[in-house]
Design a binder for this molecule. Sequence first.
Ligand code: NAD
Length: 503
Amino acid sequence: MADQKLFIDGEYVDAASGETFTTYEPATNTPYAEVAKASREDAERAIKAARRAFDEGPWPKMSGAERAEKLNKVADLIEANSAKFAEAEARDGGGTIKKATFADIPGGVGAFRWFARCAAEQPEQVDREPNPFPPSTNYVRYEPHGVTTGVIPWNFPFIMASWKIAPSLAAGNCAVIKPASYTSVSALMLGEIFQEADIPPGVINIVAGPGGTVGEELASSPLVDKTAFTGSTEVGRRIMQLASGTVKPTTLELGGKSANIVLDDANLDIAAAAVLFGTFFHNGQVCESGTRALVHESIYDELVDLLVERASKMVIGDPLDFASDLGPLVSRGQVETVERYVKLGRDEVGEPVCGGSRPEGLPDNLDHEAFYKPTIFTQVPNSAKIAQEEIFGPVLCVIPFSTDDEAVAIANDSIYGLAGGVQSTNIERAQGIANRMRTGTVWINDYHMITPDKPFGGYKQSGIGRELGVEGYRAYQQVKHVHTSTSTTKEEYLQFSALSGEI
Ligand code: NAD
């Protein structure tokens, strides 16, 4: 079993209390790691280390190009250790090794490389037009906020840690990150990489511990200048309240119930793949999952048949086996949530057309109570609770529609607005629909294609602000306008004419 300590001020340390907690491999329900359990005191220690590193250390004074070099080194080192990170990710969170190898670790590396590029290429200062009156030259500077904090969820621990750390450091901030308790290991392992890449002490600190103490301190501390959170909408509201005490700029990436619209002219082969991947990737434990498939009535039955046929062929099994499409859910508790919603679905719309139970025939070494079959409910009214509430499990609602306007109306009838899809062979028609969807991302003839250079985030209760893209880089910077007077005579100075009499 691995031991994992907190990473504060460039060193691995025990929690001040000496306490630890055990994380379990969801696939087997056996202990995986003993993790140092931070308290509010450790969070304060980490924030102070970041504060010192920002106020007194070299990091914010380095040029963007110098920081880029360091962050590219971080990316190189992660790549060199990718098998180790992928295994930790799969064992700790239960996602498949296939997902960890091809999505999680490259996704994290991609974020470090993209934000390194932003540091090197995005201008730190931009001239603006001179003002004729009062005569002046003007420039705008992009500066780091100072200390930033990030609280992240359990579903993509490695990518989420990278999305919070890379833009912060690239922009010259110093950071403190808190992973979710179920899945702290891969984020904490990054400490070694930062040591090897010679990132100065205190620039990045990683503390694992309870949200109610450590997370609250990170969101509320007056020593913190900006906070970012990814997780549930409920906790997001709390983060906003906590950050409001010091009016901290706050980025929130929250829940979703995204619509994947299949038009009557879609290529059904591609559409079925997009719906299945869009819903069941990582067992639907993905914020942008397209868990509402809106399907045109003329192709409804044919598409549902394809979905059922292919969903039943998905391989559920040991996440460490490359042949597995789906592993366990993150915890038995998450399975219970799914079971509760499936029962609700049975009451609301009737029997699912596939799934609706735990899989049979799994090997004895696996924890059978942690797995759940891909489940599809059909003829679901959009008003049903299973179509409105985020389940965060392998449950798809298939909803019929008859016109494009109706599809858009149903898609937008949600408190969320994170993402969505349109499946169609008519790109102009699909883009017209995409433009009317009130969400931060839309994939046409695809799904889940998040790339580090394009912004990602939500409308409505799916969040505030954007991560990734140039937008995600700028979110980690303050904007300063510097006005330099070029007045040569007393008459030209606005301040003299604004008040009567001599100053
Ligand atoms: P969660 O909200 O329960 O927890 C997220 C993090 O917040 C954890 O680290 C937790 O310890 C911490 N936390 C809990 N209470 C806190 C408090 N009072 N103060 C500060 N921190 C606190 O979410 P989860 O169950 O880990 O993840 C699932 C949720 O995350 C889903 O709703 C999903 O949609 C969302 N999510 C969103 C995105 C996105 O980019 N929009 C990405 C991934 C996950």
